[in-house]
Structure formats: C-alpha cells, structure tokens
Design a protein. Structure first.
Length: 184
C-alpha cells in the first residue's frame, strides 16, 4: 500500500527493512537507542543548517526532524524571511515571542533555531504532543489551550498537516513508542 499523494494528511504503509536484518536491528531501543525522527535529518535540509538544527535539538531534547519540518514550513530555510504579520527570520518569530525567548536577532539562523527548539520544548511539555505544540507555535498557545486540540483555523490545520506530511515523506515521522503486554 502506498501513500496517497493527494492527501497531505494520509500516511500509508511503506516497506521497512527486512526483519532480523542489520538495518532492522538498528531501529529503536535495542539497536543504537534512537527513535524515528531523532536520528538523521530529512534530505530537504540544506547542509549549512544541519549542525545548527542538530545542536539545538540535542540541547532542548526536541526531534531534529520536527524542527527541520517547521523551518521548511515557516520560511523554506530563508534566514531573511518576513511575513506581512511581522514574523521574522528562518523560524518566523514574532517580536514579542522573540523577546520572551531572549532572541536578539531573529535573522541569525543559529540563534533563531536555538530559540525555536527552546519554544518547541516548552510547548511539547505544556501540551503533551508534537502536533499540539506545532498548532500552538502557529496559532499561539491560547487557542490550543482552550480546546486542547488543533484549533479550527484553516492556516493552523494546514500548517500541522504540512509538517507531518514533510516528515512522513522523508521517513522522519516521529512515531510514538508503546509497550505491548500479554495479560493472562
């Protein structure tokens, strides 16, 4: 079964590595200890930003792939991006949010990516999921807090779907871990 490309929100099954192979043994705990999305960055990340993203992700304990997907959605990795609403830089910080995260220069990619990782770390802790954290990054925390959901704002819903789609297409989708127990 493949991914339906006309549906950005649809994730289909794609074949993984062969069972009991070296590639399969290296996935998740028991291999090298990494989880999907915490390892290599998606291929769409420009080389000059890779070290910045990996450093910020490790420092703030956030998925590097998640940060990369956000940067692609926010600015297409353009450090000089700006929006009509006043968002600035590669991570599209509003001046008030930048100030609250001690981001002096939103046009400095290393500084902005570190602030993005810090903010996402806080939002994931606050809302308990990367999806809700993405919604809060885009719409602000108040609407997400009000419904504890992705608010019914078309821009925010498209933003979250786009990032999840980017991560799914690149094989970097952050998958939850779970434990299966047999109960007698």
């Amino acid at each position: 079964m493949g991914r339906n490309t006309w549906e950005a929100w649809h994730f289909g099954y794609t074949a993984g590595p062969a069972p009991c192979s070296e590639a399969a043994d290296s996935i998740g705990p028991g291999g090298d200890g990494t989880l999907a999305g915490s390892g290599p960055l998606p291929p769409f990340v420009p080389p000059e930003f890779r070290p910045m993203i990996l450093t910020a992700a490790a420092h703030w304990s956030v998925s590097a792939a998640l940060l990369a997907g956000q940067l692609m959605a926010e600015s297409g990795f353009d450090p000089n991006a700006g929006s009509p609403a006043g968002a600035q830089g590669i991570a599209q910080f509003m001046p008030s949010t930048a100030a609250s995260y001690d981001l002096r220069d939103p046009y400095d990619p290393a500084e902005a990516i570190d602030a993005e990782a810090h903010l996402m770390s806080d939002l994931i802790r606050q809302f308990g999921s990367p999806e809700l954290a993405l919604a809060a990054y885009n719409a602000g925390p108040a609407p997400v807090e009000a419904c504890h959901c992705i608010p019914a704002y078309p821009e925010t819903q498209a933003y979250v779907a786009r990032i999840l789609s980017l991560l799914g297409e690149s094989g970097a989708l952050v998958l939850p871990t779970f434990e299966v127990r047999l109960v007698a």
